[in-house]
Structure formats: structure tokens, C-alpha cells
Design a protein around this ligand. Structure first.
Ligand code: UD1
Length: 365
């Protein structure tokens, strides 16, 4: 059987790593890895391949940045040729980035089977580009591999057949468990053992100058009470620079370049609190038991709230400040690990894919 994986952006890399490894252990499977090149900076892409020990891509589409339409279309045009040349039996797509939906559209039109890893998540907010990507991908995928059980209801409501849904668990946690022993702190002189890790890159937070200014002002105020480490995503960096804002050298507020995976894990593990709009960090903090304040009005990962350590603060900066005080006073939210976030999701994926290929009519999950 020939399985082809498609990845393109940073959050895809920690998902493909354990799934590729799980298929490597099984006999009779040939694998191809396609990197669309949606993310191309060394610190958003290459470092993850190295640290996560992902094999070099067999195909690099090198699409780069662009508007949503341009980026999606470029992936489609280039990926169609890949499918014609490689003729895989099944394509695995990951998460909710533009590369995910683009590859899915190509496969659906060419009659190539698609399995979606991390299917069924919904924020119910169609202003998020990722929500559009999730909706379309899940309508077209043949196998929906879900990380948490609320995804079943989301998919059934959209008319997805129950037979296509497989509750396999969260592959991000497979990677976290494997690599946690190797987590390493980046060198940040004068950083104490109490700090907040901050990451922000959602268009809803960084693209509107007024919103971005309010968030930065609040973070500055928080930094009087708690040191801040802020790895700055390129999109956010560009927006901050266009405000004419510059981070000053400070021993309270450390704006640093995006980190590798092992550094990000160590920062999360040691942080007093994580302040973020990332989906991945909401999950990782839940797995690590570290309080997370999410700067969004909604989340497609509600299990991190019901089971985990996550709290939504939206863009209410007073609430963000208040929640930080609560955590500093020792009232941070505790949590428990959601079902099937156990480090074996990728093994279940490999099993279910191979099983289903052998017995196409089988009903699972
Ligand atoms: C993308 C995903 C988002 C994910 C995020 C993680 C979509 C719609 N969005 O957002 O879901 O959470 O990745 O990082 O797929 N840029 C660089 N170097 C790069 C890549 C991008 O400098 O290697 C800059 C470019 O200015 C680019 C901008 O970042 O225009 C945005 O990149 P893009 O891939 O469009 O979206 P992200 O914001 O990274």
C-alpha cells in the first residue's frame, strides 16, 4: 500500500512525525512525504524536520506565501502533478492549514482516497480561515481521524456518515510524550523561574492595529509582575513593525525569534502561565498541566477547557490581567488528560488505515 502524507506549515510537522514513524513499523507500506512549502523559513520548517526526525520530503512544492486564494491554488496546481506521478492509494492530510484543504480538493476531484488527521474540530467561527479549511476537508475526506470525542457530534451534524469517523486520539501528544525528555530551554539571560510564555499569530489578534496595540500594552503591564517570553511569529513581527513599535531591551520582556519544538516544549513546561492564540499550545499545556489563557473568543478544542487547563479570555484585556493575577496567587486551573491523549494515537491511525484498506466495508469507532 502506498500512503502519501501532505504537510505545509509548522503545526503539521509535529502531527506527521509520529504517524510516519508508525507506518514505518508496518510491513507492506510504502510512504511518500510532500512538503508544500507554505512555511519555508528555517525556524518554521527545517528545525522541526531535524528535531522531530521527519525524513526529508520526497517532493517539495515550494509554494511560499500569498493570499489565501493564491496559496491554495498554487498547492492545487503543483500537487495535482504529484498525484498523477505517484498514484498513492491513500493521502493523509493534517490539521487545518491552507495546504490541507488544497491537497484535499485535488484528491477528491481525482478520486484518490483521503484520510484527515485531526478531523472534526469546530470553532463555529467562519471568520477563521482554518474553520473554512476544516469544513471543506471534512466534507471531502473518506476517513475522519478524530482527536477528541466531541468531534463526532460536530461531524454528524454536518451529515458525515458515522462509518467514516474513527476516534483515534491526539497525535500531538504522541510527539510531546516522545520528545519531552529532550526538551531544552533556549538561553535567555536574566530569565527567572517565573515567567509567562506568549505566542500570538491569529489574524484576528494581529492584523487589526487597534487590537494588536491593546494586547501589546496589556502584555507590557503584565511584565511588571511576571517576566514575559514572546517568540514572535513572522506574521506578528511584520504587523508589529508596521505599527512602528519596537521591543526595547528589557529584563522583563523577552521578544525572541520563533523557537524550535524542543525549546517550545521546555518553555511551556517551565512557564507559570501560557498566553496564546495557538491551537497546538492549548493542547500541549493541557497535556503538561500548565495553565493556559487563550486570547480568542472561541476554541475548536473545547476539551482543553472541559478537561484541561485552558481558559478563554477573548480579547478582554482586563480579564487577561485578572486571570494572570489569579494564577500568580496560586489559583491556576488544574486539569486532567482527555481520553486517548495517551501517546498511541498514531499507532491507532496506522492500524485503522491498514484494517480499513483490507476490509473497506468494516464499521469502526
Ligand atoms: C498558518 C496557518 C495557521 C497556523 C500557522 C502556524 C493557514 C490559513 N494558517 O498561519 O493555521 O496556526 O500557520 O504558524 O494555513 N511567513 C514567513 N515565513 C514563512 C511562512 C510565512 O515569513 O516560512 C510570513 C509571510 O509574511 C506570510 C505570513 O507569514 O505572508 C503568513 O503565513 P501563512 O502561511 O499565510 O499563514 P500563518 O499566519 O503562518
Amino acid at each position: 500500500m502506498h500512503v502519501l502524507h501532505v504537510v505545509g506549515a509548522r503545526p503539521n510537522f509535529m502531527k506527521v512525525a509520529p504517524v510516519h514513524a508508525a507506518f514505518r513499523k508496518r510491513a507492506g507500506v510504502r510512504q511518500s512525504l510532500v512538503h508544500t512549502g507554505q512555511h519555508y523559513d528555517a525556524n518554521l520548517s527545517d528545525i522541526f524536520f531535524e528535531q522531530l526526525q521527519i525524513p526529508r520530503p520526497d517532493v517539495s512544492l515550494e509554494v511560499g506565501s500569498g493570499s489565501h486564494a493564491v496559496q491554495t491554488a498554487e498547492v492545487m496546481i503543483r500537487f495535482e502533478k504529484t498525484i498523477l506521478e505517484r498514484k498513492p492509494d491513500l493521502v493523509l492530510v493534517y490539521g487545518d492549514v491552507n495546504s490541507t484543504v488544497a491537497a484535499t480538493l485535488v484528491c477528491a476531484k481525482m478520486g484518490t482516497k483521503i484520510a484527515h488527521v485531526e478531523a472534526g474540530l469546530r470553532s463555529y467561527d467562519r471568520t477563521m480561515p482554518e474553520e473554512i479549511n476544516r469544513l471543506v476537508t471534512d466534507q471531502l475526506a473518506d476517513m475522519l481521524l478524530i482527536p477528541s470525542d466531541e468531534a463526532v457530534g460536530n461531524l454528524l451534524r454536518e451529515g458525515v456518515a458515522r462509518e467514516k469517523i474513527y476516534f483515534v486520539g491526539n497525535v500531538m501528544i504522541d510527539t510531546l510524550r516522545t520528545l519531552l525528555p529532550q526538551a531544552r530551554m533556549p538561553e535567555i539571560p536574566n530569565l527567572s523561574d517565573k515567567f509567562a510564555l506568549v505566542t500570538l499569530h491569529r489574524p484576528s489578534n494581529v492584523d487589526d492595529p487597534a487590537t494588536l496595540k491593546r494586547i501589546l500594552a496589556t502584555l507590557n503591564t503584565i511584565s511588571d509582575r511576571l517576566q514575559i517570553v514572546f517568540p514572535v511569529h513572522p506574521r506578528t513581527k511584520a504587523r508589529i513593525e508596521s505599527l512602528g513599535y519596537h521591543f526595547e531591551d528589557s529584563t522583563r520582556f523577552f521578544a525572541i525569534p520563533p523557537t524550535g519544538y524542543l525549546e517550545c516544549l521546555a518553555l511551556q513546561q517551565r512557564a507559570t502561565v501560557v498566553i496564546t492564540d495557538s491551537g497546538g499550545l492549548q493542547e500541549e499545556t493541557t497535556a503538561l498541566g500548565v495553565p493556559c489563557l487563550t486570547v480568542r473568543e472561541n476554541t475548536e478544542r473545547p476539551v482543553t477547557i472541559t478537561h484541561g487547563t485552558n481558559t478563554l479570555v477573548g480579547t478582554d484585556m482586563e480579564l487577561l490581567s485578572y486571570e494572570v493575577s489569579q494564577i500568580l496567587a496560586g489559583h491556576g486551573k488544574g486539569g486532567r488528560i482527555p481520553p486517548l491523549w495517551d501517546g498511541s494515537a498514531s499507532e491507532r491511525i496506522a492500524d485503522v488505515v491498514l484494517d480499513t484498506q483490507a476490509m473497506p466495508q468494516r464499521r469502526a469507532a
